[in-house]
Design a protein around this ligand. Structure first.
Ligand code: SF4
Length: 388
């Protein structure tokens, strides 16, 4: 890639990768003879796949037209995230994948694995079983054991041993990529006029669809461009934005971020699996690497599918609101996401009791562009005072 590409061109590159994941997989396949192993959100330890010599690819860039293809195989009251992922597989979008890992984080992911194996099997398929009772003393040891089991299965499939030094090297690579994205995210929250919500979140999503080395290099190039722009912008005066914290599983459909950009709202942070949560924590670089991967998992921002004691997630969101000076919290919930629906009443009540304005929108991957999200989001920011 030429060294001095303009920031806009770099954004376009990331955006194209997110817009056409199938083309991206085809391009990657042409660059070498490595295997590609897909993973379904969320919390699959990608470092293990990378250390095994395969390229991990997240099933995160979704095509809303594909949702209906899964209808003969899944209940229509399953979340559209899983219906879309299976639908894309059925239409052949992932035919170049050599394998797939589905984490068991809810009843839907538990159920879809068996269906997927029947209707669209790959050479390698595995379930990654996260602990459900996260605050039990045995949970961490259980997870280390589960990491070891997945490592052994990957070794068998790839016909090689993953050494500790290889896994440590993958951990360092992934940590570095997360750290440069965190730096960009800080710039985004301070200068949304330079790095919009849609561009920032596409950068995070594209990191799940690209070799990390390449992604990190592109960010370095973007950073150089943006640093110059920050200096140029200093005298121009900053536009005021409403700062919202976001909570939910994924920021789908992406038009939500366009609405934010249009209404001068900046996402100050989130606990999305495809958002800030993906980059918020690193894996410790000392000690036994499987234990280190488990350590990261337990330090990650709690989500509906992986949280400790009742109240931990609300505390985590309140802490983020305070740290980011957010004006309120917008819950972005996929319709039929049972874990989020279960958490929501308690989160709403805890945040309201703390005086934090909050609102919930219900979305679907296959909803029409904009639908009535605009009115709901606009009404919420008007209720908290509008652009300040
Ligand atoms: S956690 Fe929610 S969004 Fe994720 S797979 Fe389960 S039901 Fe779907």
């Amino acid at each position: 890639m030429p060294a001095r590409k303009h920031a806009k061109k770099i954004y376009e590159h990331f955006n194209k990768i997110v817009a056409d994941p199938v083309l991206q997989i085809k391009r990657l396949k042409k660059t070498g003879s490595f295997r590609i192993i897909g993973w379904v959100p969320t919390d699959v330890p990608e470092e293990l796949i990378h250390a095994a010599g395969a390229l991990p690819i997240g099933i995160v860039a979704l095509e809303r037209q594909a949702v209906s293809l899964s209808t003969p195989h899944m209940q229509v009251w399953s979340c559209s995230l899983m219906r879309c992922a299976l639908g894309m597989a059925l239409e052949g979008s992932f035919d170049l994948l050599n394998g797939l890992i589905i984490p068991v984080i809810c009843d839907t992911t538990r159920m879809v694995t068996g269906i997927w194996k029947q209707v669209k099997p790959y050479a390698f398929m595995d379930n990654f079983l996260l602990p459900k009772q996260v605050d039990r003393p045995s949970a961490k040891d259980y997870l280390i054991g589960e990491m070891g089991r997945l490592k052994a299965r990957l070794e068998q499939f790839m016909d090689r041993t993953i050494t500790a030094s290889e896994l440590c090297a993958s951990i360092r690579l992934y940590n570095h990529n997360r750290s440069v994205m965190r730096k960009l995210f800080s710039l985004h929250t301070e200068h949304p006029e330079l790095l919009s919500n849609r561009n920032m979140y596409n950068i995070i999503k594209s990191s799940m669809l690209m070799p990390k080395e390449l992604h990190t290099n592109m960010i370095a190039e973007l950073w150089r461009e943006l640093e110059k722009k920050v200096d140029d912008n200093k005298s121009a005066g900053k536009k005021c934005h409403v700062r919202l914290l976001l909570s939910g599983k994924v920021w789908e459909p992406p038009v939500i971020m366009d609405i934010f950009d249009g209404l001068d709202i900046v996402s100050a942070g989130d606990d999305f699996c495809t958002g800030y949560r993906y980059i918020a924590n690193d894996v410790p670089e000392t000690g036994e690497p499987l234990r280190a991967l488990a350590e990261r998992q337990f330090n990650r921002l709690p989500i509906a599918a992986f949280a400790g004691k009742s109240g931990d997630r609300a505390k985590s969101i309140i802490k983020m609101v305070e740290e980011t000076h957010a004006h309120g919290v917008l819950f972005v919930h996929l319709k039929y996401c049972e874990p989020e629906n279960f958490d929501y009443p308690m989160l709403r009540d805890d945040l309201s009791a703390y005086g934090i304005p909050n609102c919930r929108i219900e979305t679907e991957i296959d909803s029409l562009p904009g639908e009535n999200y605009f009115e709901q989001i606009k009404a919420f920011i008007d209720s908290i005072g509008g652009v300040v």
